[in-house]
Every structure is written in structure tokens, then in C-alpha cells.
Write a protein that binds this ligand. Structure first.
Ligand code: AMP
Length: 442
């Protein structure tokens, strides 16, 4: 019977595949070599300087950030991912981690521990900012916080650790430092700064015009050329420091000189968050004097936040200092400076099988080899030997073991040295000892 052609044609279903949200990205296996390298170096340096790891929730009460980072900062005003949860609580995907660490310090009575308490964290942060290279809406930070240590030696050591980390990663960096004094002196300074900027109001960019009334210190680190030119002659915060902050800063500089940490004094460095006082610093790539680093150049940033713990209900005068490294930025810079992370360790053995019976047996033998401590890989999804040997070459395995129909019957296995190409058939029960001997293992 002739069929109706129209009936045969299936309607084409067009499914729109969901995509990641703007400013968020997948980190694919090929990229992981950089991430693994960074994480390893971060873990090593944290341990070397006796920092304990802390993991905080990614979702926190909105108030935590509004009160600490500051109502009129860019982060709180424009960039927070906040929403009402199903219980009508106002919650926020953390835009940074220092406030959470300070909260945890108080919540868990860490002031009863020997001071200072040294903590490190690593994880995702969220800021609803305009995405561009080096600026994402979900990004990752590795951070160090030292709570309960007022002396500038702590600042110096933290800056040193940051420099060491980047050196360990193979990157050339420099540190920019400044002191922003206390909240009181900053207030006095702000009045002067506003008076100066008002005189140039017409020439300022739109953002700076807004900052003038809401967050004037940010005028100093605006990246727009016109604003930078105006700000060059602005009063400098360093001239407003109180005597103690001045002493603290001078000592910091002496310590940095003592340990030969390369730094540059940057009177325009102010950091955008309310909780900072005294020392502020940034780590930027050192690509030679004339290099244009663009606006998203800071690899890491940090500073003192002596008032934060007290402000959050903790013990008075709990001095603290911290640092956060942008992991995506560090990885971009590794690529920029041609730093190749070491390849992942090559597998010892590739396990190949030919035929249904061998494949069944191979599943168990693979387990035996793995349990004997070898790094073993396979491609059980492939059936041709050619395809499997290609996979073994791609994995750069030291040896390939091959199990075919005949070997299953004879209870043997073929061991192939992938470097010399020589191969040998050996009894199955000797396989592990043979491989251990060949690889010089006990
Ligand atoms: P902050 O928490 O703003 O002091 O930033 C510390 C570091 O995190 C910066 O120096 C950057 O390396 C990194 N960072 C901050 N915001 C972003 C972002 N939106 N995307 C990628 N990295 C960021």
C-alpha cells in the first residue's frame, strides 16, 4: 500500500539548548591543568605559613554584606546577587569572603584561640558587574585572613606571601601599597577631596560624578583617562594620616625593605570597600614599565580591616588584615606570560581488551591493577585494538596490557612497553609483579 508521504515526515523539533548565564562560564577539562596548578600552589603556601582552611556558605544573609562592605559601595549598590528565598529571607550570593570569615570568627568563638587566627579559603564569588575579559559575574578567589594581629609585621608577611605565591606560579608581579588611615581621618580627607573634585565636576566621567556624593574615595582609582588626569593633582590621603597610622605605614615599609619585597607607593590606591583601614595593597603583573595593563589588571588585593570584627559584634579592637587573589586573573596572566603548568602525571598503564569475553574479564583485572597502586587508564568503550592503542599513546601511558580471547583462555596477558614497542606474554598471576619490577616499584 502506498503511504502518504506527508504522514511519514516527522515534524522537526527545534529545542533551544540552554546556555550559561552572561558572565559565567564552564571550566572544561583542558583548562583544569591551570586550575589544578593554582590550587596546588595555594594549598602548599597556605600550609607553609600555617593557615587553616575554612569553607563558608556561598549564600549568606544580605545584611552581612550591606553592613560591612558598605551601603554606598559599588558592590552593594549595583553588584549583589540578592533575592528573597522561599522563607522570605533576604539572602545574597557572596560577593566576597572577608565578611563571612569575620562572621565565622565571631560565631565560633575563635577569639579564644591563640591569636592571631590565620585562615584561608577558596571558592566562587558573585558580582553582577559588566562582564569583560578578566571580569566575570561568577569568579573564584583564594584568600588569606589574619585576625587578631595589629602589628604591621603581619601586613608585611601577608604581602610577602602574595608575592611568593605568584613567584611560585612563575609570574612576575609587583605590589602597590598605600595607607588610608582611620575612618575619622578619612572623613576629613574626603571633605578636601570632594572640594577639589567639585572644581572639576564638568570634566569628570558619569560614574565619578555619582561617586562624588556617594563614595568619593573611588574617584582616585577611576580608570578613565580624563578623571586620572584631574586626580593626579588631587590631595593625597597619606597627608591626612593620624600619627599611629603613619607609624604603622612607615614600619610596614621598613619590613618590606628588610625582606626585599618590591613595592610601589601608590597614593591613589584606596580600595572600594568600607571596612578597610590603614594598609591597602594590590598585586599587579610586572610586564615592564611601559606595558598597558588595562583596567582589569589587579591579580590580588587586600588590606587591613581593624574595625570589622568589632562592628559585627565581636571583641573590641580585633585588628585584622586579609588578601584575596582572583584565580581567573592569575590564570589569564599565566597564559599572558607564557607560563606552562606542569603536565598531569602520565599514567603507568593502559588496559586494552579485544572481544566480549576479554572485556568482561578486563573489568576485574583493571581493578586488581588499580588496587596494586598503579595509575591505570582504559577505553573500554572502544573495541578495536587500533583505537585503543591510539588512546594509549594519547594518554602517554608507560605500558599497555592487552587482553584478547586467546589470553583469557590461556590465563595470560600481553604487556607492551610503549617506549620500546617490545611486548611479552606473561601468566596472568605474574602480571602485577612483572609490572612492579619493570617500573622499579616494590
Ligand atoms: P576584591 O574582592 O574586589 O578586592 O578583589 C580581589 C581580586 O579578585 C581582584 O584583584 C581580582 O583579581 C579578583 N576579582 C574581583 N572581581 C572580579 C570579577 N568580577 N571577575 C574576576 N575577578 C575578579
Amino acid at each position: 500500500m502506498a503511504t502518504n508521504k506527508k504522514e511519514e515526515e516527522k515534524p522537526v523539533k527545534r529545542v533551544k539548548t540552554p546556555e550559561t548565564l552572561r558572565g559565567m562560564k564552564d571550566i572544561l577539562p583542558d583548562e583544569q591543568i591551570y586550575w589544578e596548578y593554582f590550587r596546588r600552589k595555594a594549598r602548599e603556601i597556605s600550609a607553609a605559613y600555617s593557615f587553616g582552611r575554612i569553607d563558608m556558605p556561598i549564600l549568606e544573609d544580605e545584611k552581612l554584606f550591606v553592613r560591612t562592605v558598605g551601603k554606598q559601595t559599588d558592590i552593594v549598590e549595583k553588584e549583589m546577587y540578592n533575592f528573597l528565598d522561599k522563607g522570605e529571607s533576604k539572602v545574597t550570593l557572596r560577593p566576597e569572603a572577608t565578611a563571612s570569615v569575620a562572621r565565622a570568627y565571631i560565631n565560633h568563638g575563635m577569639l579564644n584561640l591563640p591569636q592571631p587566627v590565620k585562615l584561608w579559603y577558596m571558592g566562587p564569588m558573585f558580582r553582577y558587574d559588566r562582564p569583560q575579559s578578566g571580569r566575570y559575574r561568577q569568579f573564584h578567589q583564594y584568600g588569606l585572613e589574619v585576625i587578631g594581629g595589629p602589628d604591621s609585621v603581619v601586613d608585611a608577611q601577608l604581602i610577602l606571601i602574595a608575592v611568593r605565591l605568584f613567584e611560585d606560579l612563575g609570574l612576575k608581579v609587583k605590589v602597590e601599597i598605600n595607607s588610608i588611615g582611620t575612618a575619622t581621618t578619612r572623613q576629613e580627607y574626603k571633605i578636601e577631596l570632594i572640594a577639589y573634585a567639585r572644581k572639576h565636576r564638568k570634566e569628570l566621567c558619569e560614574d565619578c560624578t555619582r561617586r562624588l556624593s556617594r563614595n568619593p574615595l573611588r574617584l582616585l582609582d577611576c580608570k578613565q583617562e580624563a578623571c586620572r588626569t584631574i586626580m593626579k593633582d588631587a590631595p593625597q590621603i597619606i597627608d591626612w594620616l593620624d600619627e599611629d597610622s603613619k607609624q604603622h605605614f612607615m614600619q610596614l615599609i621598613e619590613y618590606l625593605d628588610e625582606i626585599s619585597v618590591p613595592y610601589v607607593l601608590n597614593p591613589h590606591l584606596v580600595r572600594g570597600l568600607d571596612y578597610y583601614n590603614r594598609t591597602v595593597f594590590e598585586v599587579v603583573p610586572d610586564r615592564g614599565d611601559d606595558a598597558d595593563l588595562g583596567s582589569q589588571s589587579a591579580l590580588a588585593a587586600g588590606g587591613r580591616y581593624d574595625g570589622l570584627v568589632e562592628q559585627m559584634g565581636g571583641r573590641e579592637e580585633t585588628a585584622a588584615v586579609g588578601l584575596a587573589v582572583g584565580i581567573e586573573r592569575a590564570i589569564l596572566e599565566m597564559k599572558q606570560q607564557d607560563v606552562e603548568p606542569p603536565a598531569l602525571p602520565r599514567p603507568d598503564i593502559f588496559f586494552a581488551q579485544i572481544g566480549a569475553e576479554a572485556r568482561r574479564a578486563a573489568l576485574q583485572h583493571f581493578e586488581d591493577v588499580r588496587a596494586a597502586g598503579f595509575h591505570v587508564v582504559e577505553a573500554f568503550g572502544k573495541s578495536s585494538l587500533k583505537g585503543q592503542l591510539e588512546a594509549a599513546n594519547k594518554e602517554n601511558a608507560r605500558f599497555t596490557v592487552i587482553l584478547g580471547q586467546l589470553e583469557v583462555q590461556d590465563n595470560t596477558i600481553i604487556v607492551r612497553d610503549m617506549e620500546s614497542g617490545a611486548q611479552e606474554t606473561i601468566p596472568m598471576e605474574q602480571m602485577i609483579d612483572y609490572l612492579k619490577k619493570e617500573m622499579g616499584r616494590k
